[in-house]
Structures are given as C-alpha cells and as structure tokens.
Ligand binder design. Structure first.
Ligand SMILES: [Ca+2]
Ligand SMILES: [Ca+2]
Ligand SMILES: [Ca+2]
Ligand SMILES: [Ca+2]
Length: 320
C-alpha cells in the first residue's frame, strides 16, 4: 500500500516535470507569470510616467505649417522642448474590466484596466461602435519608441469586433469609438482616394488591453502599447448575417460582444464549441434561424417579437 502511493507520487512529479519543460521549449517564455491586477497597476505607473515626460506636436496641429503631414509625433520633454505641455495634461482615460479567460490564465480573475486616449483632430463623420469595421491608417509602438507594426502608406480595414476578442489588442477596438470618421471617401481615377476631415487619434493601452503574456514580433510580454490612428471611414457589421447588426447582439449592453451567448449550454453539448450571439445565426439554438424570428422593415430597421409575452424576444427564446 505504501509502495503504491510512492510510485504514484513519483509518476505525478515526472508528468508535471515533463509538462513544464515542454512549455518552456514551446513558447520560450522564461518570465514568471503575472496576474492581471498587478500588471495593470504596474503598466499604469509606466504609462503615467511616459505621459508626464512626453508631448506631441500639438503646436503644429494648432497652426499647421504649409507642408504639414498631420502625423502625430511624440518627443521627450527636455532641452529645447522643456516647456511643452505633457501628454498627461491632454489625454483622457477610461476603464475596462478584463477577464483572465481572454488570456487562458490559470488563475481566474477580473481586473480593471485604464487606457488613455486623445482626439487630436475631430473627424466630421460619426464614431464607430466597438462592433464596426473601420478603414484606418495606423502605427503601433512601444513606450520606448520602437515601432512594431503599422500601415501608413496603404490604409487597412480592421474589424473591431474581432480585435475585441481573444488573441488581439482589445484596447484598439475599445478606444476607437472615442474617435470620429471623416467625410465621404472620394476615389480618384488612379485608385488613390481622398477623405476630408478624417479623425486623428492617439491611444495608450496597458498590456492587459494588448497582448499581455504573449510576445509578438518586437512586442515583449507585458508591454503597454501606443497606437496613432487616422480614422477614415467605417461600415456597420452583421457578422453572422442574421439580420441583427452585431452591436445589437451585445444583449447585456456592457460593450463586450463575447459574453453574450444565449444558447451556451446547448452549444457545448451539441457542437463542443461556443458561438457568441454576434457570430451565431440561430441565437437561441431552437432550429429556427434568427432572421426568421425578427422583423426588418424596408429601411432596414429591426424590431423584435415576443409571441408568448414572457418578455424574452423570440430569437432569444428557445420555446417560442
Ligand atoms: Ca456583452
Ligand atoms: Ca450561441
Ligand atoms: Ca446572432
Ligand atoms: Ca432561433
């Protein structure tokens, strides 16, 4: 009896040991894991120090020189620039709750994360929602100025709903609704295009709204991120084509699209996978597609039905 226990224990340790070795070899992460809460606080201290010691070319934006390119430039407050207004006096901030599930962490926790943003130029168009698709020019950098990504010559479409999900820099999607798009997009015969009065924004994100414990290219683990963004235009989205705009599938209206899944229990049983409502064409899993359980008028406005009068709309009600 005693022998058996010892054997089991040895086996268990051997298994644990081999798992650990594999992990280290696979992703080469040698730093000890950190919690969201402690990292969020550390990041905020780093970000605030950065914002206190840096400024952007606000004077050029206030009185643009003839050949000004309307690009944000950030520099240290020192020497000739010792009298500049620091970013901390100009940027606004918002807080977002982040769950450790998004990063597959062992320790379950939810922690508030503060990001900073500045609307450098206010666009003349509407603001996107966190579910919209946006046409942007952008540059991403670290606090030390290292540029890790960008698309300055050719703008790109970014699906904010996807960026809000796991594996992407969620804060990019969260901060974008603080900015506005520009006027109509005018495409020239040579394929180039022009957008008047587009929005220009700056965002600084803690690592929990970035890639957190994952190193990507030049981005180390636990790295706060800076994004400069030119926001040209946007499209509304309906990811699952069920007739309901994706932003209206945020049922609990908390601004997060991935925690609304009406038929979650059933999905796990039937498919072994989960589809949040904005990615699910049959939201209540009753076999009738959502698009047949709602009404859409000629102008595209969506209204919901409640046939059995139980205060649950038909497309979210598996028994009607
Ligand atoms: Ca939600
Ligand atoms: Ca679902
Ligand atoms: Ca849906
Ligand atoms: Ca249904």
């Amino acid at each position: 009896m005693k022998m058996k226990n010892v054997l089991l224990l040895v086996l268990f340790i051997a298994l644990l040991g081999s798992c650990k070795n594999d992990d280290v070899e696979d992703d080469l992460i040698l730093v000890p894991p950190q919690t969201l809460a402690e990292t969020s606080a550390e990041d905020d201290a780093k970000i605030r120090e950065f914002l206190q010691t840096h400024f952007y070319n606000y004077e050029e934006f206030d009185a643009p020189p003839p050949d000004f390119d309307f690009r944000i430039k950030i520099d240290s407050i020192a020497g000739d620039n010792a009298d500049k207004t620091p970013l901390i006096d100009q940027m606004l901030s918002k807080e977002i709750s982040v769950s450790s599930e998004a990063f597959g962490l062992d320790e379950s926790e939810t922690a508030l994360h503060k990001y900073y943003y500045l609307e450098v130029e206010v666009g003349s168009g509407p603001s996107p929602s966190v579910a919209d698709s946006t046409f942007v020019r952008y540059e991403g950098s670290l606090l030390d100025g290292t540029v890790f990504d960008g698309s300055l010559s050719a703008p790109v479409w970014f699906d904010l709903a996807q960026i809000q999900g796991p594996g992407a820099a969620r804060g990019f999607a969260e901060a974008m609704p603080n900015f506005k798009t520009g006027g109509d997009v005018v495409v020239n015969p040579d394929g180039s295009f022009r957008v008047e009065d587009y929005g220009i924004g700056l965002m600084v994100l803690p690592s929990g709204l970035g890639y957190f414990n994952v190193s990507r290219g030049a981005i180390p683990v636990y790295a706060p991120l800076i994004f400069k963004v030119d926001l040209f235009t946007m499209n509304d989205t309906d990811h699952d084509r069920d007739g309901i705009p994706s932003i209206l599938e945020d049922v609990d209206m908390d601004g997060y699209l991935y925690n609304d899944n009406t038929d979650e229990d059933q999905e796990m049983e039937n498919f072994g996978a989960l589809f949040a409502n904005f990615l699910d064409p049959d939201d209540d899993g009753d076999g009738t597609p959502t698009i047949e359980e709602i009404d859409i008028d000629e102008e595209g406005n969506v209204t919901f039905r409640d046939t059995d009068g139980d205060q649950i709309d038909d497309h979210l009600d598996s028994d009607s």
